[in-house]
Design a protein around this ligand. Structure first.
Ligand code: SAH
Length: 400
């Protein structure tokens, strides 16, 4: 086994690592007992020389070491194959019928810096840590062995690579792939653009929630705000909604969603409109003084992008969340359901619900919470790593 360089952490820093959190910040490191190159696998010890495990070193990143194991391992194709197979088994246990899903979700699968999404027989890989990026060949070989995919695409146009000193990189790593890819999600047909779409093509983290929210759709007038490819809208339409309208500001998303509705034979009751949701809701709730807004929807879905990427802008984000809830509540019929999501790590479920309750108070609405949601199980949550849990959602019935 190769001799690894050694990183010694400060007293008091070992517990977090031992409890499963894989990030060792620059400030947690006491010293390097032996020099290490960026991208190397290093062993990490506490100040008493007790082995804590091994991980990728990168002096350029704020996260100096990303832990991979608690013991000494040989970092070869077999290592990646075993980790990826273990991750795949989790998906097969909890999403047995899914054919498109996230196979590897970085820290959630003990592979900090690696994301692998499976869209039918095509895989999309993201490496956001230098150590992972340098081992792309091994990862590709392991993926080919496990999945025998038609193609493996690299989607490394993510901002977080900058923090690791990595350039943007997009393209084909193996096989052949051209044009939009038809996939099936809960039995609905979608067409995804893996080369230029949002995320790696779809918001796979909502896959289970599409079906859960669609339970409220039968016979309903449905409004899907921030609809993207129409995940919620189309599931609601299939579940028997009377009519569904999806709103998104992206013209590309609206065109794609409209085509997807057509390919599923749902055009008669599911349409999409390009607009800024804030403006759209404002226009629909604007009335003369002493007039009341007429509520028109039985199911409203709010699934906005993260309104904040950092702690500092949380107050701004809270105003944004409150505003869309305030307006959505005015458009919801009594007995109707508001299904609402927040994907910001910095706004937890308690804070998120506080914004909703604030909006309910201002609009004199009383809500009954009828469901709580998380990200789908292909984005596993490890409570030892709080960052792995980011998507939260609630459904509320309007009591009055
Ligand atoms: N519900 C979608 C995911 C939404 S992601 C799904 O399940 O797939 C957020 C979406 O909001 C993106 O498609 C983005 O184009 C859109 N968006 C962001 N800001 C917006 C705004 N102010 N008005 C309308 N759409 C917006």
């Amino acid at each position: 086994m190769k001799v690894l360089s050694t990183v010694i952490v400060r007293p008091g820093e070992a517990d977090r690592i031992l409890s499963g959190h894989p990030w060792v910040y620059h400030g947690s490191i006491q010293r390097l007992a032996t020099p290490a190159n960026d991208g190397d696998l290093v062993q990490v010890k506490d100040h008493r020389q007790r082995l804590l495990g091994a991980g990728f070193y990168n002096s350029k990143s704020k996260i100096n070491v990303r832990m991979l194991t608690h013991d000494r391992v040989e970092l070869d194709t077999q290592f990646f194959e075993e980790r990826i197979r273990a991750a795949l088994a989790v998906r097969q246990r909890y999403m047995p019928t899914a054919t498109s899903f996230r196979v590897v979700n970085a820290e959630s699968d003990l592979l900090s810096g690696l994301i692998v999404d499976k869209y039918e027989d095509v895989l999309v890989v993201q490496t956001s840590a230098l150590g992972m990026d340098l081992r792309k060949d091994m990862i590709v070989t392991a993926l080919q062995k496990i999945f025998k995919p038609r193609a493996i695409i690299e989607r490394n146009d993510i901002a977080s690579r900058k923090f690791e000193g990595l350039p943007e990189a997009n393209g084909l790593l193996a096989g052949a792939h051209e044009g939009p890819l038809p996939i099936s999600l809960n039995g609905l047909k979608f067409t995804v653009n893996l080369v230029a779409g949002h995320k790696t093509g779809l918001y796979l983290d909502q896959q289970m929630n599409y079906e859960l929210v669609a339970r409220f759709a039968k016979g309903a007038q449905v409004l899907d705000c921030f609809s993207f490819l129409g995940g919620f809208a189309l599931h609601a339409a299939r579940a028997g909604a009377a009519s569904v309208v999806g709103i998104d500001q992206s013209a590309d998303a609206i065109a794609a969603a409209t085509a997807i509705a057509a390919s599923n034979g749902l055009t008669d009751r599911c349409t999409f409109e390009q607009a800024n949701v804030f403006d759209w809701l404002k226009a629909k709730t604007a009335v003369a003084p002493h007039e009341k807004v007429i509520p028109r929807y039985d199911l409203i879905i709010l699934d906005p992008p993260s309104f904040t990427r950092n702690r500092a802008s949380v107050p701004d984000a809270m105003r944004g969340y409150k505003e869309i809830h305030l307006r959505a509540l005015k458009l919801l019929r009594p007995g109707g359901v508001l299904a609402t999501f927040c994907c910001s790590h910095h706004v937890d479920a308690v804070l998120f619900e506080a914004a909703i309750m604030d909006a309910a108070k201002d609009t004199h609405r009383l809500l009954r919470r009828v469901a709580s949601y998380n990200q789908s199980p292909d984005h596993p949550i490890l409570p030892a790593i709080p960052e792995t849990g980011y998507l939260k959602g609630f459904a509320y019935e309007l009591v009055r």
